[in-house]
Design a protein around this ligand. Structure first.
Ligand SMILES: C[S@@+](CC[C@H](N)C(=O)[O-])C[C@H]1O[C@@H](n2cnc3c(N)ncnc32)[C@H](O)[C@@H]1O
Length: 888
């Protein structure tokens, strides 16, 4: 996968691997995916099923603005519901479940042969708090009460539901320091989503490039049906909940283009209050594109604080320029000679030791009587203009003269301001120096530089950052780099898989923690130097105390005149690096939102309109079963149904009769949710019911997406067997009306199970992926295993039936050439470092065999132990997953 390979491990071979920890921070205990449903009896869940919040400014119509003190407001269709009577935001509160536990540090250590790794294997369980040691019986009451150690979180689900769950189930009101929200910019269906992990080509309006993920289609239908009107409701609801998550000093950034910036700003005025507006930042994304009129070269960040009087703010600085357009057009040579810059110097070519400078006024804008006097300088006498005074008193002026800071170019004297008196300038809200992300893994990926600035301006190390629109995980990536904690959310499996692999393989510099070092600062030729030595004792590794940052002196006329040491400014984006170490992402959990219940239209308390819609959808399915039938992915056999009839059962939704061999056979059909994933629980209930009926040969589970651990199987009954098959419905069934062409959905295709084996090799065993069918929703075909179609696979070699702890990961898909290049690069670095014999505290050596296995189908060896469970999860380029549990 492209994203992963480019960023991985490159510069770091000889250094110990590390990750920042947050020992003081905690998060609340939540159930794992396997424990889903057990939380139903938990008091917090029982008493708290809905989030309800008043909508801001529900003015009665007509025009509510009566006074000049009223803020102008924005109105849109259905802002307060269809009948203008919706005064509250109301959200069903769902649970979040832990799904995977990933510790990049442990994964990467697998690839090195180090003495440290051999002597003390990282305990992955310890890295995820202590929830897993809790007795089964106590677990339910521990959910939402007990605090675990902190881990960052990658959550699949709709942002509104996830944020509501964080607020209502997990008490996270006021816990988030910064929110970075990068919603789809507009309301076009096609332009926002990518349909394959390794293919960023998305053309708006092209049917072939439309995403086919049910969650995304639902998100689109729900939120953009009324165009910009629904878009505004979508944003308002999410911002309302997001605001509540913010700390009193917290900030929220919304990234947006010029298409809707005006509307979103008005909307944010409503949600946050116009008094909490902080800034509208314009940043450059491209070098300028051809346009009939004025070219657009940038986008916007709208920044609001929870409370502008309280907002946490760290001033950032950018390099100042000299020559060209700047005021610094003079130069002082090493011999002291001062002159105007020549052409080369104006372009920025300055010889070592020469100091660019400019002259600035010495006359004050007001009158201070003690600062009115004559100055003798170079045998001339100068006095301030009538009615004005000098900027300093007589003693100060003497100091400036003695320090060679005065020049008399004409009739008055001026102050010599060197460029290096303060070589930086304050960052403003105009970011001309940024560019779009060059190395994109996701079609709408934000450049790290943009999010980094936001994060450095309004958070400190250890603070919590939330991104409700994760995409490729840029916010999480930047937070990792800067030692902030993070939570990120997306509905798209494609996006989350890209983010997950990006984080699993990312490497970062190790910034010295202030708490762990002694710092001696000294000034040398106007520069502040810091000598950093690790503390032998009392190092507590407290990231809350921050990093050790570079500082620059801010020499001013005042400090020189008063003979004071200059003030210093901290450069928060320039921490000192420990070059002997490198860092990977800390442990994180992948989480999912409680699944939608499987829908049986007859049993649902729903509006007529929805019921009708469901009935039409169901009829479409039946029609296709009768015409094209169910195709067997492996054998290209087709089961055409002679009759299909609806049943009034919650789990067996229909029965169908198909011809096979001599006669007619019966099948039951379970129809999965229209926009969602077929849950294992629903399948188990369907199987139970099918067994009770005892009269069918086949149970067909129709779905667009399946929970990863649903398996095809054969069920034995006293009266014979029946087969349970997962059957993938063609996405076109779902996209009707969204596609431009009227594509007829072809067929339903059975999805085969991955063929995975454990092979014993003496004391060890290896896991091997031998075969896997991959359904390609674009071509509507099932293809046999191909290395390029499996994005990656991972395993837990000692699965405890509840918590998938990712112990090994293998990246197959993508470009083999790129992988080879990457690997070659790494071994070259390894060879080089052996030659130079760089001194390290730890001997780290690349494990060639382990690297060789990374792009393939065989795992690293795992210790064999009879009866031990191994969980294997395979993820296709389409973001579809399959999990198998094997026993040794
Ligand atoms: C513009 S992209 C974000 C890109 C991101 N900044 C990056 O650097 O990759 C918007 C993302 O929001 C996700 N999204 C859209 N609606 C959502 C919703 N209701 N809940 C969660 N995620 C949503 C989309 O799947 C998409 O990945």
């Amino acid at each position: 996968m492209k994203v992963t390979l480019k960023q991985t491990l490159m510069p770091v071979i000889n250094k110990p691997v590390d990750a920042y920890q947050f020992p003081q921070e905690t998060r609340i205990t939540i159930p794992s995916k396997e424990e889903a449903g057990t939380e139903k009896d938990n008091p917090k869940v029982k008493e708290n099923q809905k989030l309800e919040r008043p909508l801001p400014n529900p003015f009665p119509m007509p025009n509510p603005i009566k006074h000049r003190s009223d803020d102008p407001a924005l109105f849109w269709k259905d802002k307060f519901g269809e009948n203008d009577d919706r005064l509250k935001l109301s959200v069903d509160v769902r649970s979040l479940y832990r799904y995977e536990h990933i510790s990049p540090e442990s994964l990467i250590k697998n690839l090195y042969r180090t003495e440290e790794v051999r002597s003390s294997q990282l305990n992955i369980f310890e890295q995820f708090g202590n929830a897993r040691e809790v007795d089964e019986l106590e677990k339910v009451s521990e959910y939402y009460q007990h605090q675990d150690g902190w881990t960052n979180r990658l959550i699949q689900g709709d942002s509104l539901l996830v944020m509501s769950s964080l607020l209502e189930r997990e008490n996270m009101t006021g816990k988030v320091q910064m929110i970075y929200f990068d919603p789809p910019y507009g309301i076009k269906y096609g332009s926002n989503w990518q349909m394959k992990l390794n293919n960023r080509e998305v053309k708006d309006g092209s049917d072939d490039h439309l995403t086919s993920e049910p969650e995304q289609i639902k998100a689109f239908r729900d939120t953009w049906l009324d165009g910009v009107h629904s878009y505004l409701s979508y944003l308002r609801d999410r911002l309302l909940v997001a605001r509540e998550l913010l700390t009193e000093s917290g900030s929220c950034f919304v990234q947006i283009s010029d298409e809707n910036v005006h509307l979103v700003r008005c909307l944010m005025d409503e949600v946050f209050g116009s008094e909490n507006f902080i800034s509208l930042i314009t940043y450059r994304t491209t070098g300028g594109l051809g346009s009939k009129t004025l070219s657009t070269i940038g986008d916007y960040l709208i920044w609001y604080a929870k409370d502008s009087n309280n907002v946490k703010y760290r001033q950032l600085f950018v390099e100042k320029s000299f020559g060209g357009d700047s005021m610094f057009k003079s130069i002082q040579e090493t011999n002291g000679l001062r002159r105007n810059m020549n052409t080369d110097e104006l372009r920025g070519y300055i010889s070592k030791g020469n100091r660019p400078y400019r002259l600035s006024d010495l006359v004050s804008s007001g009158l201070t009587s003690s600062c009115v006097y004559d100055v003798k300088f170079n045998d001339r006498v100068f006095s301030p203009r009538k009615g004005y005074s000098w900027k300093t008193n007589q003693v100060g002026m003497e100091n400036l003269i003695n320090k060679n800071r005065i020049e008399a170019p004409g009739n008055t004297i001026q102050f010599v301001r060197y460029f290096d008196d303060f070589p930086v300038q304050q960052l403003t809200n105009f970011w001309e120096d940024t560019v779009g992300e060059l190395n994109k893994g996701y079609v709408v990926q934000t450049s790290t530089a943009i999010i980094q600035r936001c994060l450095l301006m309004c958070t400190d190390p250890g603070d919590l950052v939330l991104d409700p629109t994760c995409g490729s995980g840029t916010t999480a990536y930047v937070s990792e780099q800067w030692g902030r904690r993070w939570i990120t959310v997306d509905t798209s499996r494609i996006a989350l898989n890209i983010a997950k692999t990006r984080l699993m393989t990312a490497t970062f510099p190790y910034y010295f923690l202030h708490s762990d070092v002694n710092v001696e600062a000294s000034e040398d030729k106007g520069k502040i130097k810091k000598k950093i030595t690790p503390k032998i004792e009392n190092s507590v590794s407290d990231i809350r105390q921050g990093f050790v940052y570079e500082e620059v002196p801010h020499i001013t006329l005042k400090s020189l005149a008063n003979d004071e040491p200059p003030e210093t400014e901290t450069l928060y984006d320039r921490p000192y690096e420990d070059k002997k170490r490198f860092r990977v992402a800390g442990p994180f959990t992948v989480e999912t939102l409680q699944a939608y219940e499987v829908i049986n239209p007859e049993t649902l308390d729903q509006t007529e309109e929805i019921a009708e819609d469901e009935a039409v959808f169901e009829q479409r399915i039946f029609e296709h079963l009768r015409t094209t039938g169910v195709r067997n992915g492996d054998k290209n056999e087709q089961a055409i149904f002679v009759r299909v009839e609806r049943l009034a059962d919650d789990y067996l939704h229909a029965e169908g009769f198909y011809r096979a061999g001599q006669g007619e056979r019966k099948a039951y059909l379970h129809i999965g949710p229209k926009y969602g994933t077929v849950s294992k629980d629903a399948v188990n209930k369907a199987v139970k019911e099918c067994r009770r009926q005892g009269d069918a040969d086949w149970l067909i589970i129709l779905g667009f997406a399946f929970e990863s651990d649903i398996e095809n199987r054969s069920i034995s009954m006293s009266a014979g067997n029946f087969q349970v098959s997962k059957v993938r419905m063609n996405d076109d069934l779902l996209q009707e009306g969204l596609l431009k062409k009227d594509k007829k959905a072809g067929s339903f295709v059975t999805i085969g199970e991955p063929d995975i084996a454990i092979v014993r090799e003496g004391e060890n065993a290896i896991v091997e992926i031998r075969g896997m069918d991959i359904y390609d929703p674009i071509r509507d075909e099932v293809k046999p295993r191909n290395v390029a179609d499996i994005a990656y696979w991972m395993l837990d070699d000692d699965y405890n039936s509840t918590d998938f702890m990712v112990k090994q990961v293998f990246f197959c898909g993508g470009d083999k050439d790129e992988f080879d290049k990457w690997k070659k690069g790494i071994s070259n670095i390894a060879k080089q470092s052996t030659k130079i014999k760089v001194e390290t505290t730890l001997k780290v050596e690349i494990d060639e065999d382990a690297f060789d296995r990374l792009y393939g189908f065989q795992s690293h060896p795992i210790p064999y132990s009879k009866g031990k469970k191994v969980a294997v999860r395979v993820i296709s380029q389409f973001g579809e997953e399959s999990t198998k549990i094997l026993k040794m």
